[in-house]
Ligand binder design. Structure first.
Ligand code: PEP
Ligand code: MG
Length: 686
C-alpha cells in the first residue's frame, strides 16, 4: 500500500506530468493527492466487465452515451489497448460486429444510463466516467468533466443551456477561447500519419502544405501560377511581406512569437511556424537541412502553426467549419462583454476578414506594410535616398495617391466603424536593400550610383534599430512624411464619406512617443494638414489624434501626454514594445532567452504572448490611471499582440480598458475572452 501511495506522489515529477503541466499552465507547487479506496473486480468472469464512458460524444458533442468496455477485464485494460474494447450501445456495435453492453448486460447498462443523467444534473457538465461491473453489480470508480473538441464544447454548451442545465453566461464560460482557432483554420487530419522533421513555435494557427520556396519573389511567381508554396526563411523582414501574402504558410528557423514572421503571419491569418531552430536554412544554396535530410526548393512540406510541427510531404487536411453553435455562443458572448473588439489590419483583405469575424473597427493599421508593394517600394526608396527635403517631397507626392486609395478602401470596408491609422513606425533602413546584388538593381532603378546608395544604407545602419530612428522620431526629423500620410488619411476619409454617404471619423495614431513635446509637434503638423484639406474640400473633418503608449516613460507621463484639449484624444497601449522596453529584452532576440527562462521556471509564460501582469501590467495600469486622471473618460485600448490573448484580455478587463485590438483570426477569440472576463468580473462584484 505504501509503495503504491509513494508511486502516485512521485508521479508528480515524471516527464509526462511535467509536460502536461507546462502545456496546461498548471503550477508546479500544486502537488497531487492520493485517494485510497476498496477495489472492485471486473475480471471475475463473464458476468464482470470494466469500461470508460462519456455522458455525451466528446468529439461531436451529440447528446448520446459514448464509450467502450471489456468483459472479464480490469480497469486499465481498456485504456492500455491490449484487447480491443467493445461499444456500449448497439449503434456502435453494428459497425464493428461486436456485442454491445446494452445487449450483453442490459440491467447494468440501464443503471449506467440512469446514473449518467444524475451525474450530469449534479455536475452540470459532460462527464468522463470509469466503471466496473463485478458479478453483475455496477460500480463507478471515478467521474470528472470530460475533455472535448471545440466543436463538442460549443454544442454541449448550447444544448445544456437549452436544457436549462446551465445559464447562457455559464455556456459562454465553458468554451476555451484559444481553442476556437481549431475552427477557424484548416487543420491536419489527426488520424493521418505524418513524417515529422522539426518543431518550432506555434506562431500562427492553421496548417498548410506546399512547395518550399526560399525567396519572397519566388513565392509570388509560383502563387501566380496557382501553386501552393511555403515560404521558408531564416527569418523574415518587411521585404518578405508580399511573399508571405502569396504563400500558404511561413516557416522560419529564427524568431519568437512576436517576431516579424509571427506578427505578420497572424495578421494575415497565414499559418506560421517560427523559431524551428534545428532547421539549417541556406537560401542562397536553396537548401533546408533537417538532421541528416536535405530538402530543396520545390519539395513539399506541411506546417502546423497550431502546434509548431513541420512535416515532410503533404498531410491530409480538414476544412474549417463555422457551425450554428459557433454563431450562437458568439452572440451570447457579445451580449455579455463590456470591452469592444477591434482588429489590427492593414490590407482590405484583412479588414474584410476581420469584419466577417465580428471586428468593431480597426485598432491598428500599420501603414509601413503598405509601402512594400512592388509599385511603391521604389518611390519609398527614392524618398529615403533623397538629398534634401525637396527631393523627399517629390517622392512623397508619388506615394500620396496610393496611400489615399489604401485608406479610402479601408474606410469603405469599415463603413463608419472607427479606424485607427498609425503613422510610419519602423526604422527606414528596413526599406532598403541588404544584399549587394539587390542594391545594384535598386541603384539602377533609382538612376543613382551604387556608391551613393550604399553610403545612405550605411548612414541608416543602427546597432539597435528597435530602439533607434523610428516611430515619431521619423516624423519629427522629416515632417513631410507625416504631412503626406495625414493628407492621404484626410483625403481618403472625404472620398469614402462621399462614396458611402456615411461620415468617416479617422483616428491618427502617433507611435513611440516618450515626451509630450513629441506629440505636440506631430499633432500640430496633422492639424495643419486637416485645415488645408477642409479648405480644399469644403468638408469639416472630425478626427482624433492619439498616441501609442509603448515606452515606460510614456506610461509614467501619461497624465502629461493626455492633458488638455491639445493632449492625446485617446491611448492605445502597444504592449509589444512596452514589454520589450520594460524588460529590456529585444523582441527579435528573445526566443532562446525566454525558452531557457521558462525551462528554469524563472518565467511561467512568454511575456510577449501573455502580458506580464505584475510588471508590464502595472505600467498599463499607471498609464491608464494617470491618463484618465488628467482627462476623465479618456478612451483607452491595446493593440499589441496581447490583444488576442485570453489571459491578457482578462487583465485588460480588470484594468478597465475600453477595447482590445488583435489580428483578424483572433477576433472571435477576443470576443469570447472579453465576454468571459466581463462575466467573471460581474460575479466578483455580486
Ligand atoms: C506594439 O508595440 O505593441 C505595437 C502594436 O506596435 P508594433 O508591434 O508595430 O511595434
Ligand atoms: Mg510598437
Amino acid at each position: 500500500m505504501w509503495g503504491a501511495i509513494a508511486a502516485v506522489f512521485s508521479s508528480w515529477k515524471n516527464p509526462r506530468a511535467l509536460s502536461y503541466r507546462s502545456l496546461h499552465d498548471i503550477p508546479e507547487d500544486w502537488g497531487t493527492a492520493v485517494t485510497v479506496q476498496v477495489m472492485v473486480f471486473g475480471n471475475l468472469g463473464e458476468q464482470s466487465a470494466t469500461g470508460v464512458a462519456f455522458t455525451r460524444n466528446p468529439s461531436t458533442g451529440e447528446n448520446q452515451l459514448f464509450g467502450e468496455f471489456l468483459p472479464n477485464a480490469q480497469g486499465e485494460d481498456v485504456v492500455a489497448g491490449i484487447r480491443t474494447p467493445q461499444p456500449l450501445t448497439a449503434r456502435g456495435a453494428a459497425e464493428s460486429g461486436q456485442t454491445s453492453l446494452d445487449v450483453l448486460m442490459p440491467d447494468a447498462f440501464a443503471e449506467l444510463s440512469r446514473i449518467f443523467g444524475r451525474l450530469e444534473r449534479h455536475y452540470r457538465d459532460m462527464q468522463d466516467v470509469e466503471f466496473t461491473i463485478q458479478l453483475g453489480k455496477l460500480w463507478l470508480l471515478q467521474t470528472r468533466s470530460g475533455k472535448r473538441t471545440t466543436e463538442a464544447a460549443l454544442k454541449i454548451s448550447v444544448d445544456m443551456a437549452a436544457e436549462g442545465l446551465i445559464t447562457r453566461d455559464e455556456a459562454v464560460l465553458r468554451v476555451d477561447p484559444s481553442a476556437l482557432d481549431q475552427l477557424l483554420h484548416p487543420t491536419i487530419d489527426s488520424a493521418a500519419e505524418n513524417d515529422l522533421i522539426a518543431k518550432g513555435l506555434p506562431a500562427s494557427p492553421g496548417a498548410a502544405s506546399g512547395e518550399i520556396v526560399f525567396h519572397a519573389e519566388m513565392a509570388e511567381a509560383l502563387r501566380a501560377k496557382g501553386r501552393d508554396v511555403i515560404l521558408v526563411r531564416a527569418e523574415t523582414s518587411p521585404e518578405d511581406v508580399h511573399g508571405m501574402h502569396a504563400a500558404a504558410g511561413v516557416l522560419t528557423a529564427r524568431g519568437g512569437m512576436t517576431s516579424h514572421a509571427a506578427v505578420v503571419a497572424r495578421g494575415m491569418g497565414r499559418p506560421c511556424v517560427s523559431g524551428a531552430g534545428t532547421l539549417k536554412i541556406d537560401a542562397n544554396a536553396g537548401t533546408m537541412r533537417a538532421g541528416a535530410r536535405t530538402f530543396r526548393a520545390g519539395d513539399i512540406i506541411t506546417i502546423d502553426g497550431g502546434n509548431g510541427r513541420v512535416y515532410a510531404g503533404k498531410a491530409k487536411m480538414r476544412a474549417p467549419e463555422l457551425s450554428g453553435t459557433f454563431a450562437t455562443i458568439m452572440g451570447w458572448a457579445d451580449e455579455a462583454r463590456r470591452m469592444r473588439v477591434r482588429t489590427n489590419a492593414d490590407t482590405p483583405r484583412d479588414a474584410r476578414q476581420a469584419r466577417m469575424f465580428g471586428a468593431e473597427g480597426i485598432g491598428l493599421c500599420r501603414t509601413e506594410h503598405m509601402f512594400f508593394e512592388e509599385r511603391r517600394i521604389l518611390a519609398v526608396r527614392e524618398m529615403i535616398c533623397a538629398e534634401d527635403e525637396e527631393g523627399r517631397r517629390q517622392s512623397l507626392d508619388k506615394l500620396l495617391p496610393m496611400q489615399r486609395a489604401d485608406f479610402e478602401e479601408l474606410f469603405e470596408i469599415m463603413a463608419g466603424l472607427p479606424v485607427t491609422i498609425r503613422l510610419l513606425d519602423p526604422p527606414l533602413h528596413e526599406f532598403l536593400p541588404h544584399e549587394d546584388r539587390e542594391a545594384a538593381q535598386v541603384a539602377a532603378a533609382l538612376g543613382t550610383d551604387l556608391v551613393h546608395l550604399k553610403t545612405r544604407i550605411d548612414e541608416l545602419e543602427e546597432f539597435n534599430p528597435m530602439l533607434g530612428f523610428r516611430g515619431c522620431r521619423l516624423g519629427i526629423r522629416f515632417p513631410e512624411i507625416t504631412q503626406m500620410q495625414a493628407r492621404a488619411i484626410f483625403e481618403g476619409a472625404v472620398a469614402a464619406a462621399r462614396k458611402t454617404g456615411r461620415a468617416v471619423h479617422p483616428e491618427i495614431m502617433i507611435p513611440f512617443v516618450a515626451f509630450r513635446l513629441e506629440f505636440d509637434i506631430l499633432r500640430k503638423a496633422i492639424d495643419e494638414v486637416a485645415k488645408s484639406v477642409e479648405e480644399e474640400s469644403g468638408v469639416k473633418l472630425a478626427y482624433l489624434v492619439c498616441t501609442m503608449i509603448e515606452l515606460p516613460r510614456a506610461a509614467l507621463k501619461a497624465g502629461e501626454i493626455a492633458n488638455g484639449e491639445q493632449g492625446a484624444d485617446f491611448f492605445s497601449f502597444g504592449t509589444n514594445d512596452l514589454t520589450q522596453t520594460a524588460l529590456g529584452l529585444s523582441r527579435d532576440d528573445a526566443a532562446p532567452i525566454l525558452s531557457n527562462y521558462m525551462e528554469r521556471q524563472i518565467l511561467a509564460v512568454d511575456p510577449f504572448v501573455s502580458i506580464d501582469a505584475s510588471g508590464v501590467g502595472e505600467l498599463v495600469q499607471i498609464g491608464s490611471d494617470r491618463g484618465r486622471a488628467a482627462k476623465p473618460g479618456l478612451k483607452i485600448g491595446i493593440c499589441g499582440e496581447h490583444g488576442g490573448d485570453p489571459r491578457s484580455i482578462a487583465f485588460f478587463e480588470k484594468a478597465g480598458l475600453d477595447y482590445v485590438s488583435c489580428s483578424p483570426f483572433r477576433v472571435p477569440i477576443a470576443r469570447l475572452a472579453a465576454a468571459q472576463a466581463a462575466i467573471v468580473a460581474r460575479k466578483r462584484v455580486s
